[in-house]
Design a protein around this ligand. Structure first.
Ligand code: FES
Length: 573
């Protein structure tokens, strides 16, 4: 019995007698019908994030089945285990509030079970970051498999995709340009298949970054959820997981400083979601790296947006796949990448690109000298309103509003916003700046995607499509507009945002990367000295742990005690 060399004899339940522990475990394992020889194989765990409350993971059962086939074919034993799953529109207050919980649970299940490797099946926005955070901490051979994007839908001949077009139609509905019946019909076309949002939102961005950092088999990010290639990718992932378990290549050998830097470069070049910056900061924090906003901004100035996908461009993920997927992007970006980084296949990124099929003529991924936007999608702002930084998705902003001074119209939180934004007598003009506070990591709590503040109905009905909007919230990666996000420190911990009042003037200068409240320092100090934090009564459970330990956006909103104990450096390198 003790001659089992791997798999089942790892991480025994503690009865004080290891022989007994193994004997008992084997008996229970055999109750599932396994043969003795099965139990001597490398065990690959597969996370099951299927849930009726995560529509983006509808194909997980098929992926598990295909990955299991690949594992068996390679001589391993697949064992599926459930973890928390998070669907963006199905949880309150926001899925971000639970990302760290999913990361903790996944990490502990990886560490606490007899696994030689693990396949992490995720897809919807928070699931892939949670899994990468988990595996960065657990450091067991791991490979990511995403569910893949949905196919596009169509409404009266127009191609539609979640959720850039959701937002566009909703804005048109608020402006009175779309009828009640039409907006109802549109809900049938926005999400026509299983899979993740098919624009360059957070899910697509994280999938691309995961491939770029080497944690996914090359070519895996953009394959649509319902295509046969996705099943083949799952099968290959299963096969690879067994070789990974034998070679014992661990996540920390793959998710190095250079690999994370590659991922950041890709995030900028694809016009990726602003949320990805928070997630990569959290993953990096698990590995001992801080995010350096200044270097990211420098990198952004040197990294053009190459990918013509919504919300920054016009195409969808299925078009990216038809254009060659991430291989085309990585090849185009290769002069700016570290190609020596290791991937889950055991080959370097450069070796993978060398053996991938050649590029072909296409119009989705541009060349470095003919980008769709001359700089990276995300710019970092600082100033007295955001001493620790704020960000703006410049590739999806209105260029006419990026150098702007205006009067602040302030909303104290989500309730205040909901109560007043559509009041006919709201004192607001198109060149005002909408400010929303108390929606950061602690404030909301969970930093919801509320930064896409709706245009006040009375202005929307006059045809106003965009205004400068500022908050300590996040924004969906599928959204667009001149929107400043992640203001840090947040209002709820006494950041400068907390003391902004309606009527104050604010200046946004994207070119100089400045965001300032135009008040004398003395007045700012005076207001800050009388600011009082919100008191919470009778909190318990996850909320208590979250509020006591959640960090600010530059630290990825991870819980402080989950970060690496010491700092090794910063990213980008
Ligand atoms: Fe799941 Fe968009 S809601 S990926």
């Amino acid at each position: 019995m003790t001659n089992i060399k791997r798999g089942l004899n790892r991480r025994l339940a503690n009865y004080g007698d290891t022989e007994f522990s193994l004997y008992l475990r084997k008996a229970f394992a055999k109750s599932m019908g396994y043969l003795d020889k099965d139990l001597e194989k490398p065990i690959v765990g597969i996370t099951n994030t299927h849930s009726d409350l995560v529509s983006c993971h509808g194909t997980v059962p098929q992926l598990i089945s295909a990955a299991s086939d690949g594992i068996i074919e390679a001589g391993g034993l697949p064992l599926v285990f459930p973890t928390i799953s998070l669907g963006e529109s199905f949880v309150t207050p926001t899925s971000m509030y639970f990302r760290n919980l999913m990361a903790m649970e996944t990490e502990e299940m990886i560490k606490g079970q007899p696994l030689d490797a693990v396949i992490l099946i995720g897809g919807c926005d928070k699931t892939v970051p949670a899994q990468l955070m988990a595996t960065a901490s657990a450091n067991l051979p791991s490979i990511s498999l995403v569910t893949g994007p949905m196919m596009t839908g169509s409404f009266r001949g127009e191609k539609l995709g979640a959720c850039t077009d959701c937002r566009r139609y909703w804005a048109a509905y608020r402006a009175g340009e779309v009828t009640d019946d039409d907006i109802e019909d549109i809900t049938s076309s926005l999400c026509p298949t299983a899979g993740t949002c098919m624009v360059m939102g957070t899910a697509s961005t994280m999938a691309c970054m995961t491939e770029a950092m080497g944690m996914m088999l090359i070519g895996g990010a953009a394959i649509p959820a319902i295509q046969a290639d996705r099943i083949r990718q799952a099968r290959k992932t299963g096969y690879c997981s067994v070789t990974l378990s034998k070679s014992n290549i661990k996540p920390r050998q793959i998710m190095t400083q250079s690999a994370l830097t590659n991922a950041l470069r890709v995030m900028l070049a694809i016009g990726g979601s602003t949320n990805a910056l928070i997630h990569i900061a959290a993953i990096a924090g698990r590995l001992g790296y801080d995010i350096d906003y200044k270097k990211i901004d420098k990198m952004s100035r040197e990294t053009p947006v190459l990918v013509d996908l919504k919300p920054s461009g016009k195409h969808y993920m299925e078009d990216l796949q038809n254009a060659g997927g991430m291989i085309t992007i990585l090849r185009e970006l290769s002069p700016l990448l570290d190609l020596e980084c290791l991937t889950v296949s055991g080959l370097t990124l450069g070796e993978e690109l060398n053996k991938a099929p050649p590029n072909w003529k296409q119009d989705v991924v541009r060349s470095l000298n003919n980008p769709i936007f001359p700089e990276g999608g995300i710019a970092v702002l600082t100033g007295n309103l955001a001493p620790d930084g704020a960000i703006i998705k410049q590739s999806a902003a209105n260029i006419d509003l990026t150098q702007h001074e205006g009067r602040a119209i302030v909303f104290d939180g989500l309730e205040d916003l909901a109560n007043r934004i559509d009041l006919p007598d709201l004192d607001v003009e198109p060149d005002d700046i909408l400010v929303l506070k108390n929606v950061g990591p602690k404030g909301a709590p969970g930093m919801p995607e509320a930064g896409y503040i709706p245009i006040p109905r009375k202005l929307a009905q006059q045809g106003v499509k965009d205004m400068v909007r500022i908050s300590d919230a996040r924004m969906s990666g599928t959204a667009f507009g001149t929107i400043v996000l992640h203001v840090s420190p947040e209002a709820a911990i006494g950041g400068c945002l907390a003391i902004v009042k309606t009527g104050d003037r604010i200046s946004l200068d994207l070119k100089e990367r400045n965001l300032n409240l135009l008040l004398p320092d003395k007045e700012i100090k005076k207001r800050l000295s009388s600011w009082m934090p919100k008191q919470y009564d009778n909190i318990r459970g996850w909320k208590k742990l979250f509020l006591q330990h959640v960090q600010q956006a530059p630290k990825g909103c991870d819980l402080d005690f989950l970060c690496a104990p010491k700092t090794l450096g910063s990213i980008p390198n």
